[in-house]
Design a protein around this ligand. Structure first.
Ligand code: ADP
Ligand code: 5GP
Length: 213
């Protein structure tokens, strides 16, 4: 059973971080997770990158200029932020607090952001997506057709450095068959929701109930 709200007795959403080298399939997989599971809110980051043709301000990202981003960073408005592929990206603190609190919040952020969130909120769960091979990664980067060739090349060159950080993540999935990888991501979410610490309040409430009579 899945529900829009957090599990009984838990009042904090599960924080699910998904990272990967560009082109490994993170957007595709997180899109499928959102379509499959109710009650998951996608954390909309701020970025100084220009929108792609398919992107809408406020849906994929809040698109801002560098001055606006730096002003937000200076006043501590981000829970994490980092420079990725020459642009600034950050998660506003407001994204974590927005009401009503959902069952889970999904973060599509890089390894630097993942580390910052885990340092502040150790309960956050992090997943890294690997491509089946470097040749397939390059094919997928090109196949996306939304980025020009220099951008594809820059992102492909950065992939090795990103993959080198796989060890900091709780889970690592290989996105070969889309259906298999989707199933694995859904399984991570569902298993993490069953962690003992997330049920502690509910269990204690049951123990505190009077016997019916
Ligand atoms: P990312 O968000 O990690 O940059 P995308 O989700 O945009 O990656 O995927 C990059 C490209 O690879 C897209 O064209 C997508 O359709 C394709 N793709 C994603 N997963 C698979 C898969 N398992 N098999 C084949 N192609 C895939
Ligand atoms: P893209 O430009 O392809 O949308 O994203 C490029 C990279 O930036 C991806 O690795 C993505 O996960 C990362 N990213 C997106 N939003 C954030 C964010 O808010 N913080 C950090 N640290 N990385 C982000």
């Amino acid at each position: 059973m899945s529900s829009d709200a957090a599990a009984p007795g838990t009042d904090t959403p599960l924080l699910l971080i998904v990272s990967s080298p560009s082109g490994a399939g993170k957007t595709t997989l997180t899109g499928r997770l959102l379509a499959r599971e109710a009650g998951i809110r996608f954390s909309v980051s701020h970025t100084t990158r220009s929108p792609r043709a398919t992107e809408l301000n406020g849906r994929e990202y809040h698109f801002v200029d560098r001055d606006a981003f730096e002003a937000m960073a200076a006043r501590g408005a981000f829970v994490e932020w980092a420079e990725v592929h020459g642009n600034l990206y950050g998660t506003a603190r407001a994204e974590l607090a927005r009401l009503p609190l959902p069952r889970a919040i999904l973060f599509d952020i890089d390894h630097q952001g993942a580390r910052q969130i885990k340092a502040r909120i150790p309960d956050a769960v992090s997943v890294f997506i690997l491509p089946p091979s470097m040749a397939e990664l390059e094919r997928r980067l090109r196949g996306r057709a939304s980025d020009d060739e220099p951008t594809v090349q820059r992102r492909f060159r950065a992939a090795r450095d990103e993959i080198a950080h796989y060890g900091q993540f709780d889970y690592v999935l290989v996105n070969q068959e889309l259906d298999v990888a989707t199933e694995q991501l859904v399984s991570v979410l569902r298993a993490e929701e069953c962690r003992r610490r997330r049920a502690a309040r509910h269990a204690e409430a049951l123990l505190g109930e009077r016997r019916g009579g």
